[in-house]
Design a protein around this ligand. Sequence first.
Ligand SMILES: NC(=O)c1ccc[n+]([C@@H]2O[C@H](COP(=O)([O-])OP(=O)(O)OC[C@H]3O[C@@H](n4cnc5c(N)ncnc54)[C@H](OP(=O)(O)O)[C@@H]3O)[C@@H](O)[C@H]2O)c1
Length: 384
Amino acid sequence: MAAARWAGEGWVGEGRPGERRAGGRRASRRRAGGRGASGRKAGSLVVLAVALVGLGGCGEAPQGGEPGAQASQAAGAGAGEAGQVGQSAEPGSAAAGGEQATGNASDPAAGPTARDAPVILITGSTGGLGREVALEMGSTGAHVIIHGRNEERGREVVEAIEAEGIGSAEFIAADLASLDETRRLAEEVRSRVDRLDVLVNNAGVWLEADDGRVITDDGFEFHFQVNYLSHFLLTRELLPLIRASGSDARPARIVNVASTAQRPIDFDDVMMEEGYSDGRGYAQSKLAQILHAFDLAEALDGEPVLVLALHPATMMDTDMVLSRGAQARASVDEGREAVVNLITSPDVRSGQYFRGLTPTEAHDQAYDEEARERLRQLSLEWVG
Ligand SMILES: NC(=O)c1ccc[n+]([C@@H]2O[C@H](COP(=O)([O-])OP(=O)(O)OC[C@H]3O[C@@H](n4cnc5c(N)ncnc54)[C@H](OP(=O)(O)O)[C@@H]3O)[C@@H](O)[C@H]2O)c1
């Protein structure tokens, strides 16, 4: 049972979600019960009027972890000029496609829970870390959009959340190795919900060394597209909706699940035609996610949207690690707690990078304004 629930103005209860509770793991919880809160768009009826909480924070230094990890270099505080992120709407404007969080709290069809439920999209939540975060957030009363490729596993997570009778969930399948599918995912989200309070860019791959260098049908190095570029596109496509969902009191949030495995982007050979290794491909894509988060945080400075990145935990007991025959060094519970902290904590500032629960510094390249701008410009060209 979750120790916290969503109460319209924030998380209340014995502890915020993400705080460790005895017995921790929730995946096995099943309870008969009706459907929970619904952040779904139901014609024009269901309208939500909530976002998330607070600001604050500080910094410290990182270490390497996963295979392929390069210890991040300590660097100065993140800074830089405001970037152009290619949003299709102005700050504070209505969501794309005419969608808008209208906050029709008097609509009787919406019901009290529906009105209060924050809407959270977690990519890669059919398994591993994303699944655990989804279950946790569902148990607080949130409406969680589950995403991944595996429909069966996606449905299982939806059922687990709805069976608990507190939150609600729905599943959208999309392969992030395809830019078209990523665009379709964004369209689906926009058509199904009126608001998006939190986007967790979590889906990730780490190929086997034996796979060699894999190029997607769109022509990009596999890790780069799935882990970074598709999330760049998804975030860009959903940004108007996210911006329209945040308020000064309760800013919306974008959380990039990166890693301490960070390798600088070689702008002369981003797709790694030379010197590819699985570790390098993975680590380059993970640092790209941090550059993206810092760049977006700069661009959205002063707006009610917090952009954060983190290394959740080192070598968790998930498929990514176990399917390689590697030894797990952390429980997925540890990573879940770290991600949930960035979704719910009032003590975080936009533009921060965390290692677990601790704000820290990323690789030097993340603080290089020129590198961030270059990556942004290239990414805009690549996603069209
Ligand atoms: N495990 C660790 O120790 C560790 C450490 C640091 C950072 N991380 C990061 O944490 C995140 C989650 O990792 P995890 O350990 O939970 O991995 P995981 O158990 O392998 O789960 C990966 C998730 O991503 C989805 N996914 C994979 N490829 C996809 C694609 N092409 N399109 C759409 N969805 C896709 C998978 O769903 P489907 O199979 O249904 O598509 C699954 O839900 C990743 O970003 C990873 O880099 C993990």
